[in-house]
Design a protein around this ligand. Structure first.
Ligand code: NDP
Length: 332
């Protein structure tokens, strides 16, 4: 066991894309759990795009960062948490955390399911995709779906869930030809393209010449405009995120074709997964049988070693992940 805990602080506000110089690794003694709390050693840590948004103003400088994490209880002074329990909690970006039972979820031991999935397709990432399709876009069997950032965590979950819900054609955009190929060859997409291969509107029109009914948009900007152009009458956009603008210093202009929302009676609805936590049980009931029988794959890209967490975060923003980006600091 480590004798010193390591925590990551943000030490600068980034100008556009963040760099490793915006962070510092800070050592301090491993904290002692007081009465009513437990010590957790973090083993799997999530790096997420919303963290980039937090870097501009939300995160205080020179204080420990936070993020979704799975850890193992190594010492407990509270009845609800036992040594060896795997827990989900939000004190990420550090090797150790002191937690109370109300701050954690003790992860169930689900035969045939890797606990890492509770940070991926069974966690907030999968829940975002599931809510986008079932609650926001209200996908009906036989409908065609376009997913942006389709090779990422939310995107790979959304494609597979859309298939299970009976979508007809599923089209994805990703950052490289190789990722696009992975979508069609391994993840059940019917068509996919690299958004770097030309104007996104043209690429989508070629991949979906008859249009689509639904867009799950993780990117915004040119992707959102392309989706509006491709959507059929009464189409729906579940707007999850706008990663194309998270590094921008000014908000980008609205899509030039926004009035098409009126002309085609399209519904564009943004949402935050944290307002849909009540759907978690339904997500697990829906996906666990498919994870067990291999029909659904929890795609993850892991960086090994806590000291690589900044590298992993920057790489994820740069598109060097397929599926959920995580850091493996220990054995699950
Ligand atoms: P991803 O695993 O999708 O990782 C981010 C991906 O974004 C990269 O892999 C990269 O893929 C792509 N990307 C980066 N920059 C650009 C760009 N300029 N243009 C197009 N694509 C880009 O992350 P998540 O699955 O965790 O999140 C996906 C989106 O969902 C984000 O926008 C996030 O903010 C949002 N989100 C929203 C939630 C909500 O509650 N509304 C909850 C969780 C996530 P590539 O190189 O293949 O393009």
């Amino acid at each position: 066991m480590r004798r010193q805990a390591i925590l990551v602080h943000q030490v600068r506000r980034p100008h556009q894309a963040p760099t490793a110089h915006d962070f510092a690794f800070v050592e301090e003694p491993v904290p002692e759990p007081g009465p009513g709390s437990a010590l957790v050693e973090n083993v799997l840590l999530s790096v997420d795009p919303y963290m980039r948004e937090n870097m501009d103003a939300v995160w205080a400088l020179h204080t420990p960062l936070e993020g979704r994490t799975i850890g193992r209880v190594t010492a407990s002074r509270v009845p609800g948490l036992r040594e060896g329990d795997l827990v989900f909690h939000r004190q990420g970006w550090r090797t150790h955390a002191v937690v109370t039972p109300d701050e954690v979820r003790v992860l169930p031991d689900v035969p045939g399911v890797d606990p890492a999935s509770f940070l991926g397709i069974l966690g907030g990432t999968g829940l975002t995709a599931y809510v986008a399709l079932t609650r926001v876009a209200k996908l009906q069997p036989g409908e065609d779906v376009f997913i942006t950032a389709a090779a990422g965590g939310v995107g790979t979950a959304a494609g597979q869930i859309a298939r299970l819900l009976g979508a007809k054609r599923i089209i994805g955009s990703a950052g490289t030809e190789e990722k696009a190929r992975r979508l069609t060859e391994q993840l059940g997409f019917d068509a996919a393209f690299s958004h770097r291969a030309g104007p996104v509107g043209d690429l989508l029109a070629a991949a979906a010449p008859d249009g689509v009914d639904i867009c799950v948009d993780n990117v915004g900007g040119e992707h959102l405009a392309a989706a509006i152009a491709a959507l059929r009458e009464h189409g729906r956009i579940a707007w999850c995120g706008a990663i194309a603008q998270y590094n921008a210093t000014e908000p980008p202009p609205a899509p030039r074709n926004l009035f098409d929302l009126v002309e085609k009676s399209i519904r564009l609805e943004g949402f935050l997964v944290r307002n849909h936590r009540d759907v978690q049980g339904e997500l697990e009931g829906f996906l666990i049988p498919h994870l067990r029988d291999g029909r659904v794959v929890d795609q993850q890209t892991a960086w090994d070693g806590f000291d690589r967490i900044v590298e992993a975060f920057l790489a994820m923003l740069d598109g060097r992940n397929t599926g959920k980006a995580v850091v493996r600091a220990g054995a699950l």
